[in-house]
Ligand binder design. Structure first.
Ligand code: DQQ
Length: 464
């Protein structure tokens, strides 16, 4: 594993095997706890367990023992699926979906030792009749919060023939739940038939609902108003324009920051995954904010700057059609901040080269005509089994475009103008990225400033 060039060195992932959704993200006694869907038996999806890690700085993580495992003969015998953690008068409490024979049931577990080991409630499942009077498709994944002394819970679902939804329940004790109504209902023609992993939270004076609709494969967010326990969306966006970021979850930390992690799934065949022995990683922690125009701001957590090593800086660079390779910048673990000014070019960007002859090259390109940022990984590997795609997402028209790029083995995370995010999985056949190139099409562009850092691995020191 340690020598696998596709494994990241500063994105969180388990030591081996399969990982998917983040679960139960919470700050507890000053430490950040990250749980996740984990298959301890192999590199493909299987009977989900809850893996667990802890950090005191959002960046360096220490692996802890598996927190939840399926219990034979119960409703979670086929997997402890996704859920969240709340603090119930000092008792950490997990609400998760037990899976039995591909049917899910809301279950509870509590910890008496600061999240290390967990005891399942003997009365699981805590909800048996999902939503009286509604014909629903699927019923899983949990977001729980306390409001005026009462617990509220959202469960991901869909109303047959209508659209995805998040069903709202309330409770006094987290054990007896009363169904209220759908928090809001989507239109299956635009936001699909089933909403997985709902996450609902305040952001300044608005509320945000994040869902991962099946089978869209992209995570959506709605910004709107919440009153009388009903949510009215006013703005809708895509959290990440790539097709690898999915099933995110957020926490609010003791600095009042809304911090999000998403599962970054693979973009390669199961055969290649079996060969590698691992699949899935966590996105970098993203700080969410409400921008003045009531859209979502997303920036990487500033703590990531603690990983910066060797620094390269340049300024006032004119870039043209022929890519310029940035001298003496090497490696597969880089952070790049490039601020471009509008030139007379029709498009410009930064390319990652995988081979000295540029036979493998991944342009990260901004195209003025479409106003889209694109990552084109169609030439990212000589072999033909890699899943190719060109991702793009709107970037607001701006005199300057700031590209904040994280390269880490087989992942690129791009933040454009602190709002649009694109995450791509890349599997260059040569192990070290031979370089970084700057290019423009249809004229010249200018780079006001360019900063590149080599990033240190996160596994050198144990934290928390
Ligand atoms: N993954 C979990 C489900 C959830 C899905 C199972 C989303 O609870 O709906 O691993 O990726």
């Amino acid at each position: 594993m340690a020598n696998d060039p596709h494994r990241p060195s500063y994105h969180f992932l388990p030591p081996t095997n399969w990982m998917n959704d983040p679960n139960g993200v919470v700050q507890w006694k000053g430490n950040y706890h990250l749980f996740y869907q984990y298959n301890p038996c192999g590199p493909l999806f299987g009977k989900a367990h809850w893996g667990h890690a802890v950090s005191n700085d959002l960046v360096h993580w220490a692996h802890l023992p598996i927190a939840l495992a399926p219990t034979p003969g119960t409703v979670d015998e086929d997997g402890c699926w996704s859920g969240c953690i709340v603090n119930n008068n000092g008792v950490p409490t997990i609400i998760y979906s037990g899976n039995r024979n591909w049917k899910q049931f809301p279950c509870i577990a509590t910890s008496q030792d600061d999240l290390l080991t967990w005891e399942k409630y003997a009365g699981n499942p805590v909800i048996t009749a999902p939503a009286p009077g509604l014909e629903i498709v699927d019923f899983r994944d949990h977001c729980v919060w306390k409001e005026d002394g009462t617990w509220y819970q959202l469960i991901g679902s869909g109303i047959k023939g209508v659209g995805g939804t998040a069903l709202l329940y309330r409770s006094k004790d987290l054990l007896q739940w009363e169904y209220m109504h759908p928090l809001c209902i989507g239109d299956k023609s635009t936001t699909e038939a089933m909403w997985e992993c709902p996450d609902f939270f305040p952001l300044n004076d608005k509320y945000v609902l994040v869902v991962s609709p099946l089978p869209l494969a992209r995570t959506l967010y709605f910004i709107g108003t919440y009153s009388d326990h009903r949510f009215t969306p006013e703005f809708q966006g895509t959290l990440d324009a790539g097709s690898h970021f999915y099933a995110p979850q957020t926490l609010c930390d003791d600095k009042g920051r809304r911090i999000m992690w998403g599962w970054l799934r693979e973009g390669r065949s199961n055969e290649l995954i079996q060969e590698a022995g691992w699949a899935g990683m966590m996105s970098l922690p993203r700080i969410l904010t409400l921008r003045p125009d009531n859209t979502l701001g997303m920036v990487p957590a500033p703590e990531l700057a603690n990983l910066r090593g060797k620094h390269y800086h340049d300024a006032d660079i004119t870039v043209a059609e022929i890519p310029q390779t940035v001298e003496d910048v090497q490696g597969a673990a880089l952070e790049i901040i490039a601020v471009f000014a509008r030139g007379d070019a029709s498009a410009f960007g930064i390319a990652i080269f995988g081979l000295h002859d540029h036979a493998e090259e991944i342009p990260i390109l901004y195209d003025y005509a479409s106003g889209h940022l694109e990552i084109d990984n169609t030439r990212s590997n000589a072999s033909s089994v890699i899943h190719y795609e060109v991702e793009s997402g709107p970037v607001t028209e701006n005199e300057r475009l700031k590209l904040h790029i994280f390269i880490d083995g087989s992942v690129i995370e791009v933040f454009a103008n602190d709002t649009t995010c694109i995450t791509e999985r890349i599997y260059l056949s040569h192990h070290d990225h031979s370089g970084i190139g700057l290019f423009a099409h249809g004229g010249n562009a200018k780079i006001i400033s360019l900063d590149i850092w080599e990033m240190q691995p996160i596994w050198t020191q144990r934290q928390g």
